[in-house]
Design a protein around this ligand. Structure first.
Ligand SMILES: Cc1cc2nc3c(=O)[nH]c(=O)nc-3n(C[C@H](O)[C@H](O)[C@H](O)COP(=O)(O)OP(=O)(O)OC[C@H]3O[C@@H](n4cnc5c(N)ncnc54)[C@H](O)[C@@H]3O)c2cc1C
Length: 502
């Protein structure tokens, strides 16, 4: 009955994607596969960036049974309440996309509609005043949310910043303890079956042939299996996401790590700041058509808060995704599958959601195309939804001070995004499509942050008595402010729970 079962899984690549996949498969299959083998080459190395995450990663850790404080200690991690976008709308302006909710919904009407009602009636209190994650981030404070469903402490949500290489090392130890076999060396050749073009084996530079039934391509941008061997093709989205290069460089910490990522718009892209316990990660993501490499590197160096700890490291990419993430007996995860720039820290999440879909649709040796088709359908949608969210940040700028921002402001956008923006502009509405990653609070934060004031709101929000609403909203603002002020600083919280050793 089990004769068709997959017995040997081969993962090519030992970056974040490879080790996340290895750890998750080892945990889920609990030794019932004949082998899970991961091949990586220290000589080639990993991309070495990817240090900011979004809240669903906590589910990934929980499924692996990882203790969160231990994980933070091992990865020099810190907590993340959201992302601050500086100078994106116009120079001098900033807003936060928080992980967490605004205010409280009432009678199934979202808080944003009550805020809109008051706003259109002349109340000047900003939306931010109703969000605990934003208030805490601005004060540099952090604690974990309260599990009880009501009360302001339940509105918080958080993710992590961590050192990418320590994260891969941590997951490697986890996976190896559960039986994953690691092979060091370079894959030199991919052997395909003559009859159907399925991958039969990979051949190492030393000549060793490693066979398997299911191959996971985690080899990074190049896509050693999915592209070099299977010629799957790539959908290029650079007309909407024109940034195609980055410099990354670490700097020394100055003071306690802020509990949020910062993204600052620059002349031809944007700069990230990711605070860890032992250093700060920085990078300038830019479009090479609008700025030269030397100038980009200089911009990054000139805009560090602490002393540089290394030279700027160049990276190149093209926004987009593979035509198929799962082709024959190969599933591409991580950079091998596609790349959306790190503006909303979504790449590691895409690895996680790819792994989770693979588990649900896990094939047998017959590789029923129904499974791969569904995997590809869902993955494509995930990529497109995130793409639209990212494009909105660029499109909605008011900046016209450089050719890059002029291009972004005037560029055509995908129809799916146009429809979303129109709904929000007209009625403050955000609908979640199926399994879409970013929910109403995220879209609201970015669209309001990028300068959209909706023309109207849900008429049901008028059903609440005006004086009661005004009192309720003032209470909310006071509660958010008082609660944020009562929290420990992020530094104190880390010192108390998860200070890294050394
Ligand atoms: C500028 C930039 C910033 C980013 N910031 C973020 C962020 O803040 N948050 C986020 O979620 N994501 C971010 N990402 C994405 C994130 O870095 C990746 O999703 C993540 O690191 C996974 O990479 P990977 O494992 O797919 O590839 P890699 O890290 O490149 O690993 C590839 C692996 O394949 C191996 N390999 C390749 N060829 C061979 C071969 N021939 N033989 C043997 N082994 C081979 C390599 O040795 C390596 O182990 C960022 C990416 C970039 C470019």
């Amino acid at each position: 009955m089990n004769s068709g079962r997959i017995r040997r899984v081969v993962i090519v690549g030992g970056g974040t994607a490879g080790w996340m996949t290895a750890a998750a498969l080892a945990q889920a299959f609990k030794g019932t596969l004949q082998s899970i083998r991961l091949i990586e080459s220290e000589e080639i190395g990993t991309v070495g960036v990817g240090e900011a995450t979004i809240p669903p990663i906590r589910r990934f850790n929980a499924r692996l049974g990882i203790d969160e404080d231990e994980f933070i200690r091992h990865t020099q991690g810190s907590f993340k309440l959201g992302i601050e976008f500086v100078d994106w709308l116009r120079p001098g302006h900033s807003y936060i996309h928080p992980f967490g909710r605004y205010g409280a919904d009432l009678d199934n009407v979202s808080f944003i509609h009550f805020w809109m009602r008051r706003h259109l009636a002349g109340d000047t209190s900003p939306l931010d005043d109703y969000c605990l994650a934003i208030a805490a981030a601005r004060l540099g404070r952090f604690t974990r949310p309260d599990a009880r469903p009501d009360g302001v402490m339940s509105t918080l949500n958080y993710a992590f910043h961590f050192d990418a290489s320590l994260y891969a090392r941590y997951l490697r130890a986890y996976a190896e303890r559960r039986g994953v076999l690691r092979t060091e060396g370079r894959v030199a050749e991919v052997k395909l079956r003559a009859e159907d073009g399925f991958i039969e084996a990979v051949v190492m530079q030393g000549g060793e042939k490693i066979e398997g039934e299911l191959f996971i391509d985690c080899s990074g941008f190049r896509g050693l299996l999915i592209e070099d061997a299977l010629h799957t093709g790539y959908v290029d989205w650079s007309q909407w996401l024109p940034c195609n290069r980055a410099f990354a460089m670490p700097s020394a910490s100055v003071g306690d790590p802020p509990p949020y990522t910062r993204s600052t718009a620059r002349a031809a892209g944007w700069q990230w700041r990711i605070p860890l316990q032992h250093r700060v990660g920085n990078g300038y993501v830019y479009c090479s058509e609008f700025v030269g490499d030397d100038e980009a590197a200089m911009t990054l160096k000139d805009n560090l808060e602490g002393a540089a700890l290394a030279d700027p490291r160049p990276l190149r990419f093209t926004a987009g995704m593979r035509r198929k993430f799962w082709n024959r007996n190969c599933v591409a995860l991580g950079l091998a599958g596609g790349f959306l720039e790190p503006l909303e820290s979504t790449s590691i999440h895409l690895i996680q959601s790819g792994i989770s879909k693979l588990m649900t649709l896990f094939p047998d040796r017959h590789f029923d195309p129904l499974l791969s088709d569904e995997f590809n359908r869902q993955s494509t949608l995930q990529y497109e939804w995130i793409r639209d969210f990212l494009v909105a940040h660029y499109k909605l700028t008011e900046r016209g001070d450089t050719p890059f921002w002029n291009y972004c402001r005037n560029m055509p956008i995908p129809d799916s995004l146009r429809a979303k923006l129109d709904l929000f502009r007209n009625r403050a509405l955000v609908f979640r499509m199926d399994d879409e990653l970013f929910l109403e609070p995220s879209w609201t934060a970015v669209l309001v942050g990028q300068g959209i004031t909706p023309r109207s709101y849900d008429p049901l929000a008028d059903a609440t008595d005006a004086a009661t609403l005004e009192r309720g909203m003032k209470n909310m603002r006071d509660t958010v402010r008082r609660t944020a002020e009562s929290l420990p600083t992020h530094g104190e919280f880390i010192a108390r729970h998860c200070r890294a050793n050394g």
